[in-house]
Ligand binder design. Structure first.
Ligand code: AMP
Ligand code: MN
Ligand code: ZN
Length: 854
């Protein structure tokens, strides 16, 4: 039955791909009334059919307004929503089928022996499963150790714009701006400090007044703009057929040494193929888990979770304009490379773009493989959990196929592009240009603004009243904050459809929130009381009908921003009461990355305090000292307030206001960044003081000198007498003297030994990093795995959070000793341990993204 269904879906997909493409062919065909009529007939039937299916599943299904563009967009959203709901249900059913007594082991391809959970090592010998079952493959695993825990540089989920990670720029025509090369920054960025790197950089930037544009520019913009494709790459190539998979060497790269060797190998080539595998469910920003590289002779599979901090060395090959890098559908890859490794691509060829230019029936990699290589591949593993280590053999094979044939496809499409254009290079040139545009893409971090929730709410196609909208806003803010803190996708924290349902129902009891969620996300279960307070808070809003709420949606957002906003989007602390006029967002432009406003210096105190125009009823980071007369608050409001007080604006301590608030403990905690910063500030002021002291001391000394000379004269006669006495030093005195000196010496030697132990350069230092990193200790020597649950909130959590019922990730924290013991063993990552039945890749980000056909 399911096979039949799959077959039907496949043939339908194939048939639809064969239809004339919108844009060129389609417009032409549409000029024939017969075609038009047929399309409309069939289209009507199809929408009707889809509506019925959606209704069957209890989804909204108003497939009306087929003819206008926005209608189409809405319908598309409806279909996505319905898909979400249906797939969710499938997940639940699969979980149920899995049984109450769920195994604690990851769900792996049948026949595969689940290994002990070790993040680092590869399964070199393959899965060891002789009989590989072809029948059943599950696309996600449970209880996979969080790779983030062992990242050397902490993931920066802060609500600040992304700043490129690059600090060495190979193949540069234009040097890297000093901002990036300033090694000081990188030295002052020890791995274990708990301030996001971007924030530390921001502080540095604020002090040194360096150019902000540098920070956000594409590091290879200049080189890419000046890249010209050589004649040889615009003429017809000889087809070089791929080596059979079985005869091709496949190497796993999991050590720095191997990576360096690979880089050297790649630097000698004229082209190689690249692909990435990615995970987006159990991480806020997403993780690049695997890089596949194929040359004409060999395949390489790089464990990018293991080598995350070292991947940048590949920039030598990746940015070499003389080496073509072939990708298929590189749009996301380009961004992931920047985000996770600081890698850039100069001279990209995207076979997906070639397929488009050739107007092939479909542009997915499967199709190209079938078309040019007669290889049947299936994308079943595309959404597998790529964090699994060691990687099951099937997944390795899958990953390999993604690049193994790509260079041959690159040859084929170039030949066809030239043939297609009667030997003229125009079309091929177009593909090179398109590819270049893709490599110029810049990664942008998701930024939370007070309008973000409206954007999402609008997509829900539900008209909310003010109470529902308030609940949605509060839940959205909670979800975003928690997802960043816990490094989970927002879809893992609280899927949008559940959030929507809670807002719609506004349950009177916490149990009602649970009832809105099936399955209940762990973090929702954990914080259900806090969530319920948000719902209660929303219920206390004056009830306005949907139309008015809709009006609010359109333009008048409940929270207004002042024209000059210095504070982070989370920071609504500078709110003052009063009935200010309402502005439309057009009147008050909301700046992206307002943290980085240059205007802060012009701001006077009045502006600072007049901040936002309308006070929000409740915010996650409310100022502690807002003078709310507590009596006027309801119980729920009081509770909510107390919860809010336990949140603290993470950026506040960096803001140049008078009431800079720094957690006192953090200031004295040597492991915190703020400690480092305040120490540096202190040092600076101490230096200044010392200079002044020096000057006054000199003056004093001169006076002393004069007095001394006088005294000297007076004492001369006395001295001659004393000298005669001092000539006699006792043996005991001598012994004591030498013992003192010797002891000091021993002490010093001991301390020298101690300091020597720590920064020992790694033996495995690689050629490419020798220059700038020569004197730095190898990260692996000083590395202690970062435990995200340990330190993230240390700086931000106010003293108030103690004894609070507020969920505290630190509470379940593993202390350092525990971590050492459990190293290499199964390490449970707090809430993440519970098995969930969401589908992998089902986060909003992953799902609603318009994936290029691969
Ligand atoms: P590919 O280039 O096809 O190997 O895909 C690379 C990565 O993109 C995969 O590992 C997935 O994480 C992600 N991906 C690809 N297609 C989709 C999709 N349709 N939905 C969500 N994620 C996808
Ligand atoms: Mn890809
Ligand atoms: Zn792939």
């Amino acid at each position: 039955m399911s096979l039949y269904g799959l077959g039907a879906v496949l043939s339908a997909t194939k048939a639809s791909a064969g239809l004339p493409q919108a844009g060129d062919e389609y417009d032409f065909y549409r000029s024939f009334p017969g075609f038009q009529e047929f399309c409309e007939n069939q289209g009507g039937k199809l929408s009707h059919c889809m509506s019925q299916i959606m209704q069957q599943h209890g989804c909204r299904s108003h497939m009306r307004g087929r003819n206008n563009l926005t209608g189409l967009e809405e319908q598309f959203d409806l279909v996505i929503d319905a898909n979400d709901v249906i797939l969710e249900r499938v997940g639940i059913l699969l979980d149920e089928a899995d049984g109450v007594n769920r195994s604690q082991q990851p769900v792996m391809p049948a026949g595969f022996q689940p290994p002990k959970i070790v993040v680092s090592s590869w399964n070199r010998k393959g899965s060891g499963s002789g009989s590989r079952s072809e029948t059943f493959r599950l696309l996600h695993a449970k209880n996979v150790a969080r790779p983030q825990l062992k990242f050397k540089e902490k993931v920066d989920n802060s609500n600040t714009p992304f700043i490129p990670k690059i600090f060495i720029k190979p193949n540069a025509t234009k040097p890297l701006p000093s901002y990036f090369t300033d090694k000081q920054i990188h030295k002052q960025r020890p791995e274990d400090l708990d301030v996001p790197a971007a924030l530390a950089d921001f502080i540095h930037q604020q002090r040194t007044q360096e150019h902000v544009e540098d920070m956000f520019a594409h590091p290879y913009q200049y080189e890419l703009n000046h890249l010209t494709i050589p004649e040889s790459l615009l003429s017809k190539p000889d087809l070089q057929i791929y080596k059979p998979l079985a005869e091709t060497k496949c190497s796993f790269i999991e050590t720095l040494e191997d990576l360096v060797a690979l880089n050297e190998k790649l630097c000698k080539l004229s082209e190689f193929a690249v692909d990435l595998e990615h995970h987006s469910y159990r991480s806020f920003l997403g993780l690049t888990c695997l890089m596949q590289i194929s040359t004409r002779d060999e395949d390489f599979i790089i464990d990018t979770l293991e080598l995350r901090g070292e991947m940048y060395i590949l920039n030598e090959a990746f940015t070499d304009p003389a080496i073509v890098k072939v990708f298929h559908g590189a749009d996301s890859d380009i961004e992931w490379l920047q985000r996770d490794f600081g890698l850039y691509v100069v001279n990209l060829f995207d076979t997906h773009q070639a397929s488009r230019a050739l107007n092939l029936a479909r542009h997915s990699l499967d199709h190209l493989l079938k078309h040019f290589c007669s290889v049947d591949s299936d994308k079943r593993y595309q959404l597998a959990d790529w964090r699994i280590r060691p990687l099951p053999d099937e997944m390795v094979q899958y990953a390999r196929t993604d690049t193994h044939y790509l260079l041959y496809i690159y040859d084929c499409v170039r030949v066809q592009l030239l043939d297609f254009n009667h030997g003229q290079p125009g079309l091929l040139q177009c593909v090179w240009n398109k590819s270049k545009e893709i490599s110029l893409k810049k990664y942008a971090k998701p930024i939370y603004t007070e309008e973000s929730y409206l954007e999402l709410q609008r997509k829900q196609k539900k008209s909310f009243n003010t109470q529902q909208l308030t609940a949605f806003r509060l839940l959205f803010a909670w979800r975003d904050k928690l997802a960043r803190q816990e490094d989970e996708s927002t879809g893992y924290v609280l899927p949008t459809h559940m959030m929507s349902k809670i807002s719609e129902e506004l349950p009177k009891e916490p149990q009602g929130i649970i009832a809105c969620c099936n399955p209940v996300p762990p973090l929702v279960r954990q914080q259900v009381n806090e969530l319920h307070l948000f719902v209660q808070q929303a219920r206390e809003m004056p009830l306005l009908k949907a139309e008015i709420a809709a009006q609010t949606k359109k333009g008048l957002t409940p929270i207004k921003k002042p024209e000059v906003t210095l504070f982070g989007p989370h920071d609504t602390s500078r709110v003052c009461g009063g009935d200010h006029p309402h502005f439309t967002p057009n009147d008050l432009p909301v700046k992206q990355g307002i943290l980085f406003s240059n205007e802060e210096h012009e701001m006077d105190d009045v502006q600072k305090t007049s901040g936002l125009i309308a006070p929000p009823k409740i915010t996650l980071f409310e100022e502690l000292e807002t003078k709310n007369d507590e009596e006027s608050l309801s119980v729920a409001q009081m509770k909510a307030k107390r919860i809010n007080e336990s949140f603290e604006n993470p950026f506040r301590m960096y803001l140049p206001s008078n009431d800079v608030h720094v957690n006192k403990n953090a200031k004295f905690d040597p492991s915190s960044k703020i400690f480092e910063i305040s120490k540096r500030w202190k040092l600076q002021s101490i230096e200044q003081q010392q200079k002044e002291l020096e000057a006054s001391r000199k003056a004093k000394e001169e006076a002393k000198d004069r007095a001394k000379k006088l005294a000297e004269e007076r004492n001369k006669t006395k001295q001659s007498y004393q000298e005669s006495l001092q000539n006699v030093t006792t043996v005991r005195q001598q012994a004591a003297e030498s013992a003192k000196r010797g002891g000091k010496k021993r002490e010093r030697i001991a301390s020298e030994e101690v300091t020597e132990l720590t920064p020992k350069p790694s033996k495995k230092l690689m050629k490419s990093a020798e220059g700038p990193r020569k004197t730095e200790p190898s990260p692996s020597d000083s590395f202690t795995p970062f435990d995200y649950s340990q330190s993230d909130l240390k700086v931000f959590g106010g003293a108030k959070s103690k004894g609070n019922t507020q969920f505290d990730p630190n509470r379940q924290g593993h202390d350092f000793k525990k971590k050492k013991i459990s190293k290499g063993q199964k390490s449970n990552s707090g809430a993440g341990n519970r098995s969930m039945s969401y589908l992998a890749g089902k986060s909003e980000r992953g799902f609603r993204h318009n994936w290029p056909k691969r």
